[in-house]
Design a protein around this ligand. Structure first.
Ligand code: BYC
Ligand code: FE
Ligand code: FE
Length: 470
C-alpha cells in the first residue's frame, strides 16, 4: 500500500510511469469537477470521515477529521486469490483476462463507462443537500457517501486509463464533462438526471438507486476481466454504507411518522410537522419505479452477450449456481400483448436483466417488511408496500402501457386519475421541501426523523461529526 503517493493505491502505480502520469494529469480535472459540482458549501469544514486506506477486510478504513478536498481518493483492488478463471458463459473455464480481449473491447468499455458515469452523477444530484441536513450525523453521512462515490469514479477511471489507451483517456475526460440533468450533456442513465434536492429523496435514492449499484457491481465482480472483478469487489465494501444510510434513513422517518400519527388527535402526521406515511409511500413508488429501470430491458440481447462473453455474471454466480452456462434454461415472463399480459417462455440468457431485477426486488421487499414492523410496533395501522415492477415504467417491455400498483394493466386515463394518489404531487414536494430546515447543533435532530440507534464508528449521536465555523 503506498499512501504517501500522490494517488494512494495498491496497484503498484509507482512502477508504471505512463499510467501514473496519465492519472496525475486527470487528477486536477477531477478536483476542479469536485469543487464545481461536488457538495455546495462545507468544503473547508473538518468532517469526521472514513477513508479507505487498505483492502484488509478487518481494517480497511481510517476515521478522522478531513476537509473534503483533502480526502485521499485512491485506487484499491481486492487482492487476487490464486488463479482465477472465467467462471460463466461460453468460455467458462478458460483463464481470466488480465488484459482486455480485443473482440470485447467495445462492450467492456461501454459497461465500465456506464458504471463510472453514475458515480459523479449521484454527487451532482446531491450537491445541495448539505444546506438542509436534519442533523450533523446525517450531514456527515451525506459527505461520506459523496466522497466514496468520487472514489468509485477513480476506480473506473483507473481501468479506463490502464486498459483502454487513448479511448479510455477520452472517456475519462467525458466523465467529468457530462452533468446530471443537463439538457445538452446529460448523464447516461435517466435516474441519474433526476433531482434529489430534499432528504426524503436522498434516503430513497440511497435505498433504491444505490441498491441497483450493489447488484450491478456484484454482477461485474463475477467478471472474467479480472481487474474489473477486483475493482468492483472492493467498491462493494464501501457501498454497504450507502445502503445502510438509505434503509435506516427511511426507517427513521417511518418511525417518526408513526409516532406523530399516534400523537395527533386526527392521526395526521403532517399536522405534527412530520411526513405522513402515505407521502412516504408515494416517494417509495416513485424511486422504486425509477430504480428498476436501471436493470435494462426485460428481454435483452445485450445482457445475453455480456453473459455469453464472460463479462457480467448473475448475482453470486459462483456461490449460487451450478450450471454456469445457462444455455438450455428458460424464464417465464409476463409479456404485454394487445393490451393484456401473457406468459411467455424466454431463453434464460435473454432474461438475465430480469433475473438480476428479481434479486433486487426481493431485497427491497425485505426492507419494507422491516419498516412495516416499526409501524406496527408503534401501534399504527398502515402498511407500506413496493409497487409492482411494471408500475410507472418508461423503458423495457412495460413502457408505453399503464399499470396499477399491483401490476394490472389499466387505461392511461385511469392511471392519470390516480397519479396524485400514487406518485409525489407538486404539493407533496412543496410540503416535504418546507420541512427541510437544517439542524446543525450536535445532538439535535429535525422533528420529522428519529435519531439513529447508534453513531458512527462507536461515537455517540451527539458527537461533533462536522465542525462548523463558529
Ligand atoms: N437509461 O438491452 P437493454 C450505481 C439503453 S448504479 C438509459 O434494455 P442493457 C450507483 C441501453 O444502453 C449501477 N438508457 O439494456 C447508484 C441500450 O442502448 P442501445 C450502474 C438505458 O444494455 C447510486 C438500450 O437501452 N451500473 O452504481 O442490457 C449512486 C437497450 O438496452 C437504460 C451499471 O449500470 C436506462 N435506465 O442494460 C452511485 C452497470 N437501460 O444499445 C452509483 C453497467 C437501458 O440501444 N451497465 N438503456 O444504444 C449495464 O450493465 C447495462 O448498460 C444496463 C442496461 C444494465 C444499465
Ligand atoms: Fe458508487
Ligand atoms: Fe453508492
Amino acid at each position: 500500500m503506498s499512501l504517501s503517493d500522490s494517488i494512494p493505491n495498491n496497484v503498484d502505480l509507482g512502477s508504471d510511469r505512463k499510467l501514473l502520469r496519465a492519472l496525475e494529469k486527470w487528477q486536477p480535472n477531477f478536483r476542479s469537477w469536485w469543487m464545481e459540482m461536488g457538495p455546495d458549501g462545507f468544503q473547508q469544514n473538518d468532517i469526521y470521515l472514513r477513508t479507505a486506506t487498505s483492502v484488509d477486510p478487518k481494517g480497511w478504513a481510517t476515521y478522522d477529521y478531513v476537509k473534503m478536498p483533502d480526502y485521499r481518493w485512491g485506487i484499491f483492488l481486492t487482492p487476487r486469490e490464486g488463479e482465477r478463471s472465467v467462471n460463466f458463459g461460453d468460455v467458462a473455464g478458460s483463464k481470466a483476462w488480465e488484459e482486455v480481449p480485443g473482440e470485447l473491447r467495445g462492450i467492456l468499455r461501454r459497461i465500465i463507462v456506464t458504471q463510472a458515469d453514475t458515480e459523479p452523477a449521484s454527487v451532482e444530484q446531491q450537491r445541495q443537500l448539505g444546506k438542509t441536513a436534519p442533523s450533523l450525523y446525517d450531514l456527515r453521512n451525506l459527505f461520506q457517501v459523496n466522497v466514496e462515490e468520487g472514489r468509485h469514479l477513480w476506480a473506473m477511471v483507473h481501468l479506463l486509463h490502464q486498459y483502454f489507451g487513448r479511448d479510455g483517456r477520452e472517456e475519462a475526460e467525458g466523465l467529468l464533462e457530462r452533468r446530471s440533468g443537463d439538457a445538452d450533456k446529460p448523464r447516461i442513465l435517466q435516474t441519474f438526471n433526476e433531482t434529489t434536492d430534499e432528504w426524503l429523496s436522498f434516503f430513497c435514492f440511497t435505498m433504491f438507486t444505490d441498491r441497483d449499484g450493489k447488484y450491478q457491481l456484484a454482477a461485474l465482480s463475477e467478471s472474467g476481466f479480472d481487474p474489473l472483478a477486483r475493482a468492483t469487489q472492493f467498491m462493494l465494501t464501501e457501498e454497504s454504507f450507502h445502503l445502510f444510510c438509505g434503509e435506516t434513513g427511511i426507517e427513521r422517518i417511518v418511525q417518526r411518522s408513526a409516532e406523530l400519527t399516534k400523537q395527533d388527535p386526527n392521526g395526521d402526521a403532517r399536522d405534527q410537522g412530520g411526513v405522513d406515511l402515505p407521502t412516504i409511500q408515494r416517494w417509495i413508488n416513485y424511486w422504486f419505479s425509477s430504480a428498476v429501470e436501471l436493470f435494462g430491458g426485460e428481454i435483452s440481447s445485450n445482457a445475453a452477450d455480456y453473459f455469453a462473453t464472460g463479462l457480467k455474471g448473475r448475482y453470486r454466480e459462483m456461490a449460487k449456481y451450478e450450471d454456469h452456462r445457462a444455455l438450455g434454461d428458460s424464464y417465464e415472463m409476463s409479456v404485454p400483448k394487445d393490451g393484456k399480459l401473457v406468459s411467455e417462455t424466454i431463453p434464460l440468457r435473454n432474461a438475465l436483466n430480469e433475473v438480476l431485477r428479481d434479486e433486487y426486488v426481493a431485497d427491497c421487499e425485505r426492507a419494507v417488511r422491516k419498516w412495516n414492523h416499526v409501524i406496527k410496533k408503534a401501534g399504527v395501522s398502515f402498511e407500506l408496500a413496493l409497487p409492482s415492477r411494471r408500475f410507472n415504467r418508461s423503458m423495457g417491455i412495460y413502457a408505453g402501457m399503464s399499470f396499477d400498483l399491483a401490476g394490472s394493466p389499466i387505461t392511461k386515463e385511469a392511471f392519470e386519475a390516480k397519479r396524485a394518489e400514487w406518485l409525489p404531487s407538486a404539493e407533496d414536494r412543496a410540503y416535504v421541501r418546507s420541512l427541510m430546515q437544517p439542524v446543525y447543533e450536535p445532538g439535535k435532530i429535525a422533528n420529522w426523523i428519529a435519531p439513529p440507534k447508534t453513531g458512527v464508528n462507536g461515537q455517540p449521536f451527539e458527537f461533533e461529526y462536522v465542525k462548523l465555523a463558529r
